[in-house]
Design a protein around this ligand. Structure first.
Ligand code: CUA
Length: 334
């Protein structure tokens, strides 16, 4: 292979690897002070390791190009010089570098990403991981939603996370470090976003067959938008406005739906699946697996296993007209 082709190939491979780490879940695009500290630590470690690795490669190349020379490159074969080299590069520099990194990461970065006392934050949100979705509660209000967490921008928010079944892990890389969601032992992390927008995260602890489709999104809204959103989430479901939607609500309450899902304002109080009171206010279904649009919603209701194999939601055995009414009803839950 000509040299230029080899160079181009390596460039493409390295570029692809580098870029695949970018996008919306990158630690390298921080939007809060703790996330910026983590980014700096990342760069410090990258630069340090590149210097060490580059130096080692340089010495290897020298040795390889002059196999007839004895002793060490540059230093020669004086025993004292060799001993000194080993002591400096093999012991002194690693010890100093590791101690410096330990102190810097533990004292500076871990302190900066540590959750503050709850009273220092403006609000608390409870996030509970289950196979394979996130329940989101706003204590002090009846609001309960799933997978899509709204927060006010430029506001310190205290996240308290737990798990319902197995260990999950909550991580919004652009906003702060990762914390495990454990059954029965709440963990806390502060999230803060310095700009309105959507910040993505994924469950970061292997938790079963759909671990890869257990995503979460944080929406940082302006304070007015956030207030309006939360007020709406706290209300019971809107009354079904059409005869078809009213029929849909009857279908919902008479089929299996109501034993797993809650719709506040109706007799449906199930707690196995997400609260659906304002289902249509969310952009996605199945923990960001599919868009929350009519066709996907209908498909999800009759055959969720095809879209997310292993989900606890069973396929609903209903007639075509019942499905039509049910979807009409769910589409009105804004
Ligand atoms: Cu939940 Cu991985």
């Amino acid at each position: 292979m000509p040299l230029w082709r080899a160079a181009w190939l390596s460039f493409t491979l390295v570029g692809t690897l580098a870029l695949s780490g970018c996008g919306q879940q990158s630690t390298l695009d921080p939007h809060s002070e703790p996330a910026r500290q983590i980014e700096t630590l990342w760069w410090v470690m990258l630069v340090g390791s590149v210097i060490a690795f580059g130096g080692a490669c340089y010495l290897l190349v020298i040795a390889w190009r002059r196999p007839e020379r004895t002793g060490l490159p540059v230093v020669g074969d004086s025993p004292r010089a060799i001993e000194a080299t080993v002591a400096v590069f093999g012991i002194a520099i690693p010890v100093v570098a590791l101690i410096a990194l330990f102190v810097y990461s533990n004292v500076s970065v871990i302190q900066a990403t540590e959750p503050p006392a709850p009273e220092e934050t403006a609000m608390t949100i409870e996030v509970t991981g289950s196979q394979w979705w996130w329940q989101v509660r706003y204590p002090g209000t009846p609001a309960i939603t799933a997978n899509e967490i709204h927060i006010p921008v430029n506001t310190r928010v205290n996240i308290v996370t737990e798990a319902e079944d197995v260990i999950h892990s909550f991580w919004i890389p652009q906003l702060n470090r990762k914390v495990d969601s454990l059954p029965g032992k709440p963990n806390r992390v502060e999230i803060f976003a310095d700009e309105p927008g959507r910040y993505l995260g994924s469950c970061a602890e292997f938790c079963g067959v759909q671990h890869a489709q257990m995503d979460v999104a944080v929406y940082a809204d302006t304070p007015e938008r956030f207030r309006a959103w939360l007020d709406n989430q706290a209300r019971p479901r809107p009354t079904p406005p059409t005869p078809l939607a009213r029929k849909g609500e009857q279908v919902f309450l008479s089929k299996q739906c109501a034993s797993c899902h809650t719709i506040r304002g109706t007799s449906a109080r199930g707690e196995v699946g997400p609260d659906l009171t304002h289902l249509k206010s969310r952009e996605t279904l199945g923990a960001l697996t599919i868009p929350n649009r009519k066709g996907y919603l209908a498909g999800w209701v009759i055959d969720p296993q095809t879209m997310k194999e292993g989900t606890k939601m069973p396929a609903l055995d209903i007639t075509g007209p019942e499905l039509q009414a049910l979807v009409e009803y769910l589409e009105r839950l804004r």
